[in-house]
Design a protein around this ligand. Structure first.
Ligand code: S3P
Length: 443
């Protein structure tokens, strides 16, 4: 895989436009990563449909190919994994390069901690600035032989080690940490007990059960016994609510908008964006609710509604953690003040999402005040235009694209290459729904 990073894609969005249509956004990123990981560890042939063909989940796919797993992609969104079995991964010939993907790196660190071979995990410049001690410290307490570059950053070097049973109380509500430790515990002889400070996405637990592997969860506690086997299965990946979020917000702020989003994952640990938008007065209908691959799924219809500013309940923060850039745009278009607190985790995402969003909101003339763990945003009748630097953060780029629906002048967004990490085809889909978006290479 090429390790060369590109920063030159520019989004130019005309002010106004519409948001109408009946669409399905790409597959859930978290579930796509986990499908590759668990399918690779299973016995037998796992088939996946609706797989996200974004750079992040493809980085996970490549990592498992590099460890000898036979993974085929027979058609768009389809993946067939010939599982290697829980003990069947092979030592990679070179460091595993995980691009921009924090989920790949943190989950793999756990999965590889109890293997019989050594491995090294590397990533792009953004991933190389993201905190990794949050996974290496608990893995060390579980007995892993794992080291980081100075400062607590990747490359992560992992050497073989036996992992005895243990118990860990997690200091941050992070599904990546939780999932990392669950995957490590598959190689523990005995039971691992994990305690989370607040509920966060539980796709790993659900999918393990789908592979026939018992996981006990009650309240904030997860218990899992190592040494079992996973049985191959079929996984239908729902559309990613985190990608749907841009259209949920876009339609909510755009007079006349009416959009249907199909097959959206509405796992209760992911629906903070729906809860917060509804609290703000959004008009979101659930047309149909059903289940796919152990996950609740729905078709959603969103129409314009005048939004009002709210104090975001802190218990919603882990449930909407990736959707705040889009929610900040909703807040900028709402009547009154929106207050977010308890969200310091936003500072260690693909960019410092509080500061990057605040800088972009300032360009659009939105009054706001940044706090250490959140932001206060004063809603405006209309947004201005200007040039915004996404700092290579896919969710910032897509959020400001939607802001143009309420802008009075064009918005130019720099450094948009990483939109492809989570939402390939975003520009085409946004245009199809009525946005005046063009994409060019910076001159
Ligand atoms: C993810 C968990 C979240 C989220 C990330 C994907 C996952 O991170 O921000 O995009 O797939 O487990 P944290 O759990 O660290 O908040």
């Amino acid at each position: 895989m090429s390790q060369q990073e590109q920063h030159d894609l520019v989004f130019s969005v005309n002010p106004g436009g519409a948001l109408c249509g009946d669409i399905r956004v790409p597959g859930d990123k978290s579930i796509s990563h986990r499908a590759i990981m668990l399918g690779s560890l299973a016995d037998g042939l796992t088939t996946v449909e609706g797989f996200l063909e974004g750079e992040d989940s493809l980085a996970t796919l490549q990592a498992f190919r590099d460890m000898g797993v036979d993974i085929q992609r027979p058609a768009p969104g389809k993946v067939v994994i010939q599982g290697a079995g829980i003990d069947g991964l092979k030592a990679p010939a070179a460091p595993l390069y995980l691009g921009n993907s924090g989920t790949s790196m943190r989950l793999l660190a756990g999965l590889l901690a109890g293997q019989r071979f050594a491995s090294v995990l590397t990533g792009d410049s953004s991933l190389s600035k993201r905190p990794m001690r949050r996974v290496t410290e608990p893995l060390k307490t579980m007995g892993a032989n794992i080291t980081l570059r100075e400062g607590g950053f990747c490359p992560i070097e992992i050497r073989p080690s036996a992992l005895p049973p243990s118990e860990y109380v997690m200091p941050v509500a992070s599904a990546q940490v939780n999932s990392c430790l669950i995957l490590a515990s598959l190689n523990v002889e005995g039971e691992t007990r994990l305690l989370e400070p607040a509920p966060c996405r539980d796709h790993t637990e659900r999918m393990l059960r789908g592979f026939g592997y018992p996981v006990l969860s009650s309240g904030n506690e997860v218990r899992i016994r190592g040494g079992g086997r996973l049985h191959a299965c079929h996984i239908d990946v729902p559309a990613d609510i985190s990608s749907a979020a841009f259209f949920l917000v876009g339609a909510s702020i755009c007079p006349g908008a009416d959009i249907v989003l199909r097959h959206v994952g509405i796992n209760p640990t992911r629906i903070g964006v729906l809860n917060i938008l509804k609290l703000m007065g959004a008009n979101i209908d659930t047309l149909r609710e059903y289940e796919a691959g152990g996950e609740p799924v729905a078709d959603l219809r969103v129409r314009y509604a005048p939004l009002k500013g709210v104090r975001i309940p802190e218990d919603q923060v882990p449930l909407a953690i990736d959707e705040f850039p889009a929610l900040f745009i909703a807040a900028a278009c709402a009547e009154g003040t929106t207050v977010l607190s308890g969200a310091e985790e936003l500072r260690v995402k693909e960019s410092d999402r509080i500061q990057t969003m605040a800088d972009g909101l300032a360009v659009l003339g939105v009054k706001h005040a940044v706090t250490p763990d959140g932001i206060v945003i004063e809603g405006q009748r209309a947004l201005g235009g200007g040039v915004i630097n996404s700092h290579g953060d896919h969710r910032i780029a897509m959020s400001f694209t939607m802001a143009a629906l309420r802008a009075t002048a064009p918005i130019t967004i720099l450094d948009c290459n990483n939109v492809a990490t989570s939402f390939p085809g975003f520009a085409d889909l946004a245009r199809q729904c009525g946005l005046g978006l063009s994409v060019a290479h910076a001159s």
